[in-house]
Write a protein that binds this ligand. Structure first.
Ligand SMILES: Cc1cc2nc3c(=O)[nH]c(=O)nc-3n(C[C@H](O)[C@H](O)[C@H](O)COP(=O)(O)O)c2cc1C
Length: 364
């Protein structure tokens, strides 16, 4: 992603009541700023908290760990992580922000950080400004960067019979707010997407984007061997339990063993803030691209990194190879399910291991 790529703005509708004004205000904001969005190459997408319907925070881990057990949190995480900037359209409830907005902010952490946020507040006497002040306090704690420009709507001055009244000065304020937001998003991009900085290297050798922000994939080096030994032991404990045997190579290999096989295989390591969090290896065997040692740190399991690493290894297949092959324990049902979801067909079981294959033509 370059500095000039489109800026993805997520406009969050915080009001959730039946008959709320929030949807009207959001529609007005997107309509009057449409030309600014085109000129500044911003794409505005609406996230309606009523439709998103997050429950009260129900994740056992602190959001700063990025470990989410529930699909509703993961979906919200993906939406927010993909955004470059936010416009929060919020009413004032009892001199504060509505509970749905606080709850939606509390659900996540790194996904918000270092990204700019603008507020469009509305209410009666104070035009939503007290709600916006409270939301700014929370937003800055999450390391978001509020724009100076905001829009404050006193309902009595701007709304009649559920419709926005004409007010060119207010429309100008909305346009100025979006301009400032987009400018800030471009400047801040190297902070919230380090891989997009002017001198930054791409996250992966083939320019693809891992599902977890900040993950970098590189070919393994000899110095990775010790961490590979630790990671594969962690990962293969589950295999030992599933297959009721400790007689599994990855549980017993030493650094020297790993360095020895790494000479014969292409090996890629995934790191997050320096920590080894995943790996995969592959090598050519005649007409076959053999993939193996797919591993993801147990605390990051279920976040798409394993599936993504498998696809990455598949894409590295050399020209002229017809089949992808991997194997796993005959009772490693989770692995088998992942491989089958990825298009592999089960083959014969040999020595308690099942062979799975997929034609190279099925790689997308
Ligand atoms: C529970 C509740 C508390 C409110 N408290 C305030 C308030 O403190 N200050 C204010 O200006 N308006 C207050 N209002 C009025 C709302 O700002 C106004 O009804 C607004 O339209 C609500 O946003 P919504 O229609 O998007 O839900 C309150 C409304 C509700 C429902």
């Amino acid at each position: 992603m370059s500095k000039n790529d489109a800026v993805r703005v997520l406009l969050i509708i915080a009001g959730t009541r039946p008959g709320r004004l929030g949807a009207t205000v959001a529609e007005w904001f997107t309509r009057v700023t449409a030309a600014v969005a085109v000129d500044s190459r911003a794409r505005v997408e609406v996230a309606d908290l009523r439709e998103i319907g997050l429950p009260l925070l129900d994740e056992p881990e602190h959001p700063s760990t990025g470990i989410y057990q529930h699909e509703h949190t993961r979906a919200w995480s993906r939406l927010v992580a993909d955004a470059d900037a936010f416009v929060i359209v919020t009413p004032e409830h009892n001199h504060g922000m509505p509970a749905a907005l606080k709850n939606a902010l509390d659900h996540l952490s790194a996904e918000w950080a270092c990204k700019p946020v603008s507020f469009v507040g509305y209410g009666h006497t104070s035009a939503g400004t007290r709600a916006v002040h409270m939301a700014k306090q929370v937003a800055t704690t999450l390391r978001m960067m509020p724009t100076g420009a905001t829009v404050a709507l006193r309902i009595g001055d701007h709304v009649a019979e559920g419709r926005m009244l004409d007010d060119p000065a207010r429309d100008d304020a909305a346009r100025g707010t979006l301009r400032e937001l987009v400018r800030l998003a471009r400047v801040l991009r190297p902070l919230y997407r380090p891989e997009a900085g002017p001198d930054a290297e791409p996250a992966t050798p083939d320019g693809s984007r891992p599902p977890l922000p900040g993950v970098r994939v590189r070919p393994a080096e000899a110095s990775d061997a010790a961490e590979l030994v630790v990671l594969q032991r962690c990962c293969w404990v589950a295999e030992a339990v599933a297959n009721e045997t400790f007689d599994l190579g990855p549980l017993h290999e030493t650094g020297d063993d790993v360095r020895a096989w790494a000479d014969d295989w292409a090996v890629w390591c995934a790191r997050l803030e320096g920590r080894l969090v995943g790996a995969v290896r592959a090598r050519r065997d005649g007409d076959t691209w053999e993939i193996g040692r797919l591993m993801v740190a147990p605390d990051l399991a279920g976040r798409g990194l394993g599936t993504w690493l498998l696809r990455f290894a598949e894409r590295q297949v050399p020209a002229g190879v017809g089949t992808l092959r991997l194997h796993t324990g005959a009772r490693s049902h989770r692995n088998i399910a992942l491989y089958e979801r990825s298009g592999y067909r089960r083959g014969p079981v040999r020595d308690d291991a099942v062979l799975l294959t997929k034609p190279v033509t099925a790689v997308c």
